[in-house]
Design a protein around this ligand. Sequence first.
Ligand code: G3P
Length: 501
Amino acid sequence: MAFVTEHYILAVDQGTSASRAIIINKNGRRVTAASQPLPQINRHPGWVEHDPNLLWNSVQSVISSVLINAGIHPDQIDGVGIVTQRETTIIWDRTTGEPIAPAVGWQSKQTDDVTRQLIKDGYGEMIHQKTGLFINSYFSAAKIRWLLDHVEGAQERAEKGELCFGTVDSWLAWKLSGSALHVTDYSNASRTMLFNIHTLDWDDEILKLMNIPRAMLPEVKSSSEVYGHTQNYQFFGAEVPIAALAGDQQAALFGQMGFDKGVIKNTYGAGAFIVMNTGDEPLISNNGLLTTIAYGLNGSVQYALEGSIFVAGSAIGWLQDEMKMIPDEPAAKRAALASTDHDEVYVVPAFSGLGAPYWDDAARGAVYGITRGTTQNDFVKATLQSIAYQTRDVIETMRKDTQLAIPRLKADGASSRNTYLMQFQADILNMEIDRSADEETTALGAAFLAGLAVGFWDNVDALQAIYQQGKTFSPYMPEDHRQRLYQGWQTAVKATELFKL
Ligand code: G3P
């Protein structure tokens, strides 16, 4: 009797709060998954850091767990795809592999002085035109500058080529390959504020301005190709092709079949990231959206517009942990449904400033419209609604920038499981919301990109054929009610922008 051995793709999804490993089969279905929380270090108010070694350990541990749990031999893994939180910055010693400092997280505010100076010196327009980004501490460039300034001798070592910079994808490729690879992909490079999205190369003018030596930067590759192989011991004796690298938000677009111009998705995670495929030419936004690279595949790149909302699901965490209004996340939906007010309360969750399209670092959160009769349920509902309102802000801006109609939005991520939020989102946008069947489209994107590189799937048509669509939410709110609610939100945001401590 011949043994039939199934083959799989392994997706690694390294996010801000957890590392995950997921095994995907030929039908694009999740076979098994393992997750491990990733601690954040908060040494000072506003700083968000990670221990890069702990991060790597968590990835090794989830990889081992999925293989063991599913009883899958590493020989059955045809390729590994790595998708990661973006912008987070790690610098390590090229010889020892030791990080020189904690990883500076994407939300971290310790670099505000660096970015303020760049804005003051008038570099905003040049940087926007070349990188598609606005000068902000969110992106890697200021984090690298900060590390080179604050770790003794780092600038000199970087100039001598002794240090490597990487976003989390680079760090994991380096570790998985046993230090053989110092690479990144177009989607991650486009988040550094050092990458010229037109020439597809690190930009010498910006590198000079920031005094960042080219020698420390990784080689930029496509998002789907065999860069190298895992080192033996990590996969119990197998050398598995490392076959995809991508930023998590762009990977989610790919996992949602976002191959064509005009396709748009929102991942409702801790933040919310709305990404629209804009085709093979970069479209520079006039209205506060980021231009970014969606992915590089088969020798060309696809561009995207992105609206990054810093606080979405994390506002629900705040209701639970700090405000003690709900015991867990599912309780938010029950509270919203139990609320009997007329949607007159507005929560503006500008906990770390306002992201797209406002880009107001100094804004702080606010609550409006409360009365003596306001209840916890109303407060919880208003917080959920703030996620939908912020999404509408971004989509209105995308309409302006692209002149496209945008009839529907694809939704994924943990908070997309909240049916109250999805229905309110459809209502406030007056659009159909197509929710993915599997909320982990980020991991699916990683698996699809890796699978294409190793011939596990032949082409994107093969992916379309196995893709599973979930539930669709249709709008039914009357137009005048929708307009009244959204105008209230716009007034609340304006008032929030005026209030500065
Ligand atoms: O740009 C930051 C983003 O990539 C973080 O994603 O899912 O780790 O919160 P997540």
